[in-house]
Design a protein around this ligand. Sequence first.
Ligand code: SAH
Ligand code: SF4
Length: 355
Amino acid sequence: MPSLVGKSREELEAFLQPRSDAKLRAKQLAFHLYRRAESDLEAMGDLPLSLREELAQTTSVNPLIIASHRRSTDGVDKLLVHRGDGQVVECVLLPYDKRVSCCISSQVGCPMGCTFCATGMGGFDRNLDAGEIVGQVLALQKLTERRISHVVFMGMGEPLLNLPNVLKAMRLLHDEVGMSYRHLTVSTVGLVPQIRQLAEEGLPIHLALSLHSPFDEVRDKLMPVNHKWPVREVIGAMRDYSNKTGRKATFEYLLINEVNDTPEQARALVPLLKGIPCVVNLIPFNWVDTGHGFSRPSRDRVRSFRRILEAAGVNTTERVERGHDIAAACGQLAGQHTGRFSRRAGSTALPLASS
Ligand code: SAH
Ligand code: SF4
């Protein structure tokens, strides 16, 4: 059954043809679906009963089914959702004092094979469509009275491998849900052609690059994508993105004990980022059993790394991780009920690892 969530206003109107009032009904429907996050047709009182009955027969409203809902002790909600096929993805609601953010998935699994990431270890099944992407935000919105104002694409998957659907979802979040493009953040492993393509779109969205080392020999080991687009090339693309959109770049820097958290690497970042308006976001490794023996650095090591950057005038923030007790933190999203990271049956293995 087709779902209503994921359709633009024009698509809703086309779907409602040949009704003579299709334009008005599409507007009302969009308001309920997106602005009110309403998934119950019965609660859309200004639509004629006959239309609601017809839509109930012929469509699913939000394509997603909630397989599980957990709340952490620090107020983070995590949903495991799927569209009836059992291919689950995870999304997380993150309330802060002054804003409510959410972290959503763009793919079922991920083919990029980063060696520190639970999602990467499970392989790749498929891209999510725009309805499944926006559907996560709407499902999370129903859990809170406060309005979700920020969305980060830092859940499962590599958003730039699914750019058409991610772009469509971002347009829906902007046009229909009413969010600012400036509050949407796409995090990428560093796919240079797609970064350039995104820059061409001219949307003022926020782009974050998962950098994780200034040295190719270290980044190669952590992220197979680096063989294809090494450090200098991807930083060049980020520089151009920032120039073109006028947005500050974010460089995410995962800190793994004695792998990429050395003072030498902190010092090497400084000239590399010179002249790019940016912030470096430090993320201490969240433990997942990757088989590589990675561990989280001590507070002292994180502090020393940060001090080197700040002394050199590089803006630095540190990610406060939340939702540990429900495995909702960065890199821990495995999309499995059990929390074990075996490759899903039939999933694809790391195409870039060997290229
Ligand atoms: N595919 C995109 C977005 C999803 S991953 C990307 O890689 O950027 C979101 C962030 O979580 C990335 O910065 C990623 O490097 C980080 N991450 C992955 N595994 C992690 C772990 N075990 N601990 C902390 N951060 C992790
Ligand atoms: Fe994919 Fe991002 Fe995980 Fe790498 S860190 S495997 S790109 S989700």
